[in-house]
Structures are given as C-alpha cells and as structure tokens.
Design a protein around this ligand. Sequence first.
Ligand code: ADP
Ligand code: MG
Length: 599
Amino acid sequence: MPRIHKLSEALADRIAAGEVVDRPASVVKELVENSLDAGAARIEVELREGGRKLIVVVDNGVGMEREDALLALERFATSKISDADDLHHIETMGFRGEALPSIAAVSRLRLLTRPPEADEGTLVVVEGGEVKQVEPVGCSVGTRVEVADLFYNTPARRKFLSSVNTERGHCHEGVLRLALARPDVAFKLSHDGAVLLATTGKGDLLSVLAAAYGSATARQFVPVHFEAEGFSVEGYISGPRLMRATRQHQFFFVNTRFVRSRSLSHALTQAYGNLLPVTRQPVCALHLRLSPEDVDPNVHPTKIEVRLASEGLVHDLMVRAVRRALEAAGLRAQPVESMREDREQEPLEAAGRYSLGSRLRVSPVADKLDVRDDGIGVYAHPTRFSEPREVRPQERESLRLTPSDESRSDTPTALAQVGLRYIVAMIGKELLFIDQHRAAERVLLEKLRAVERPAKQFLTLPQTLELTPSQAAAVAEHSELLADMGFDVERFGPRGWLLRAVPAGLEYGAPEQALVELLDELAEWQAPASQEARAEQARAMVACHAAIKAGQRLSKEQMQRLVEDLLATSSPAVCPHGDPIILTLSDEDLDRRFERPVR
Ligand code: ADP
Ligand code: MG
C-alpha cells in the first residue's frame, strides 16, 4: 500500500465534507472500511454497551509503520488518493483521510498496528485528539483499533446516543452491509461477549445471507446473474413468500460499496410488478458492477449515496435483470403500470356507491388479474376509485352503514371471494363488495380498543423465529409495548427467538409473520410522546399486521364471520387509514346499469 501523505488543501476542499462520526455504528463502519482497504481477510468487531463503552476492530491487513500510524491520525492524511484525477476512479472504501482523526478527537483511542515485514508493532494512545503515548509493542500482523468512551468529551453529542439496543442494532446492520458487500472476507461481530454475526469469508453471498437471516429464509432467495452493456448484476432477490414491510432489507452494492438508491429500489418494484403485494417490499442483496468512471462516490460524506453516470440505463438494466431471474425461477411478473393503463381503457364503468350515500364511482370491482391456484405470487393493486377517493377526516367516523328500511332486519350473507381479496356479500337488496384485509383490520382494531390490555393467547406450539438485527433490537426496545399488546417473545439460542403468545381474540393467518412485520414497523417507528397516542398507534399497527391479508383464501365460514363482525363495528365503511372498506351495488344501481328507468 502506498505510504500515507497529507492531501493538499486544494484537493481536501474538493472532497464532500461533513460529519462522519455521529454514533457507534459510524465508527464501526469507518474502521471496518479501513480494514477492508488494508486488504484484511479476517475482521473482528467487538462491542460493549452498544459500542458506547467500547468498539474494537481487529484485522489481519497490511498494518502500518510507526510513522504512518502517527500520520494516519492527522486530518486529510491518506494513502488512497494523491491528486484530483484519482477522484474519478476511486476503488477503495475510504479516500478522505478524515475518519481516524475525527474518531480520535471524540474518544479515547488506542491503535496497535504491525506490518508483516516489521519485527514489532506500534502502540499509539490518543485522548480527545491528543497523542498521549507512542511506543513499540509486540503484536500480531495487522491493525487493532480500540475506541473507548465515544463522545466522552462532547456531552451534548453523547446525550443524543440512543439506547444500547438501538445502537447495537445500528452497528449490527452496518456490519451486515459490509459482510454482504464482501463475502470473501470473514467477519465476526460480537456484543458483550455474544456473537451476533459470523461469516466464513469463502466468497459465497448466499452463505452470508444464511448467516444473517437463517438458512430456512436463505432458501427462499432467487439467484440473479445478468450482464449487458458493461454492466453486471449478481446476487439474490426474495421469492414471493419472503417479503418485508419496509425497504430496509434491500441491500444494493455498487462496486462493493453499499448504497441506498431510490432508483434501484424503484427498478426492483417495477420488475416484480404484480408479484408484489401492495404493501410489501422485496428483500435483496445485489451487487452491481460498473466501470469506476461511471460512479461518483464523492457526493455524500458517508458515501451512502453515489451518483451514477447513466442512472436511467442502469435502472432499466436492473429491471431486466430482476425480471429474468424471477422468470427463471418460474415467476412471471406482469408490469403493474400497463395493467393500470389497460384498466383505464376499459369501457366498463360500474356505477357503484361507496358506503351508501356518498357518490363515488368505482372502476370495475373485479379486475382481471391472474391469481395462481395456490394463492401466492399474484397479488394485485387494489381497485382504484376513478372519482375522488379522499374521505375528509370528519366524515370518516361519521360514515355508517345504514341499510335501507327493507333490509334493516336482514343479516348479511357472504357469497363468494373474488380475486382472493374481496368478499361479495348480500344484505337486503344490496350487494356488498368488501376488502377483506381492510375489513379484518377494522374488526381487530375495535377488539383491541375494547379492552384495557389484550389477554395473551398461548400458542399450542411456540413458533421459532429468526430475527434480523433491527427486528431483534425492536423486541428489546419495545418489550413493554409488546407485552402490553399480548405478545410473548423470548430469546432462544444465539440467534433464535421463540414466540409463545399472541394477543387473544385476534385471528391470525401466521402469527410469526404478523410479529415480524410489526417489528419491522416498530424498528422505524417514531413513537409519539403521549401515552394515549402511543397506545392507539400500537393498536393500529398490530391490527394492520395481524389482519387477514390480500391473497389469503377464506372459507365460507371465515367470510361470513368477518362480514358479520365488520357490520357490528362502529364504523364498517372505512378502515383505520381512512380507505373505503365496502362498496355497494343496489338493485337501483343495477337498474341504472341496465338502463332501466329508475323506479
Ligand atoms: P482514509 O481511509 O479516508 O484514507 P482514514 O482516516 O480512515 O482515512 O485513515 C487514514 C489512513 O490510515 C488510511 O489512508 C490508511 O493508510 C491508514 N489506515 C487506517 N486504518 C488502517 C488499517 N486498519 N490498516 C492499515 N492502514 C490503515
Ligand atoms: Mg477510512
């Protein structure tokens, strides 16, 4: 590796500036990236108290001579670029020469390092940016950086650190990204002595996914290999049974650098088309290779966003790559956009009424999507209203289903399920079209509101779960809330969890699925300050994730019960999000449709 030197002021000025150290996870990221740049094949990360107390990163990379070890701690000292031209083809993770000095300035740092050719190593001790001690030591080849008491000298920033669990979750997520970026490097992450992640370094991305998500989940990934026009993408995407509530589990790497990219996420969504349930997101770990000239990582201080020279082209190639992979796995996606266009051209214009009394028109109630026999894979976009579908807040709760006089005494009869997501029912002389998910959500929410604390319903067979770092952090952080809602989750082995109980009185298709989705949402939840608001939001989240989903086949009895329960709620017409639950079609509507004079 070239020796370290200070960048000229002019060059330093051209580098995207900004704070790189804001929490333990960013320290971990910077240190591990340095280890990767040093050619390490093995990297171990140890944390204490979420990294607030101690972060140790040990590698077996090239190490540093005494002189370099000291220079490395100065601002804008780097071995990775030397002139402005180098900024156009950056192939290392770091290049700004800012991380080590920034970290050293706000912690007690010890650096032990030894290059392979040296007989002994060097120890440098820094406190709040001041070098306190430099001396030769015996140590193994490579570098060990210990960062203790982060922000000890900047109390305001220390105060902004979150709980141990949250910080640990962020660190875990960060190391996972790097481990997925570099399956050829063996990573080990431990926290207060417990191993959170360990990869083999044998170069197999699927084995890293298995280490992170468990082997059962890893088996549900579909491989992607694609090459065209100087672009290649390799990796794994989730099959239709493995979907998450957020995009947090989409790992994109551009030339091994983890990036967040709306454009790439969008390409993924577009490629899945109608394979994607409306509210779900695919999981992926995809490596894109582009010529370094086409990628500019120098736009964001932590380099989490990069600029791609031909973003549109990359987007389109990504869509093709994912679509082809899905097809190879027997999953044929239909683009959602074009289905929507088709639908708009359809002459059929049902004159339905929304929640008796309001005058909204609906597009065809049953659209013509293919639903596979086993019910998986082909969920569709909900039927959209062609007239304003907004319901004003004050209207929401006041909308009531008020059947006409003739039908008042009637109980509803569930007739059929359409497209595995709507229930057709009859009440009096009216046909009801009910969105099964929204209906179930409304029913559940009212059940939860009706009791102070839902009772626990113990599962006959406790379910084992494998949780991701952030889901596990959400369990810890919201343990009280989960218990209050009636969930009983506990640790089971190093990575496993056991779900013992769920809120009683709720109907679950898959309780573990409901919990995992809930945890994904809790992980990103900004809890309101007021106790009451918090409880209500928690109830709404539980109701949403525990509710019957679109795509779930229902028996006649289940439909009947759901319709009856729905009509017994205080507000059956709109779901907790304000979306309509019921569309109706009366005999008079049919008269109009058949152009029969209205009586
Ligand atoms: P940058 O990575 O942007 O160059 P840093 O402040 O992170 O800046 O590191 C400064 C320099 O210290 C690096 O350029 C590298 O030469 C050296 N260095 C840092 N960490 C290590 C390590 N783990 N092994 C070997 N060299 C390292
Ligand atoms: Mg660096």
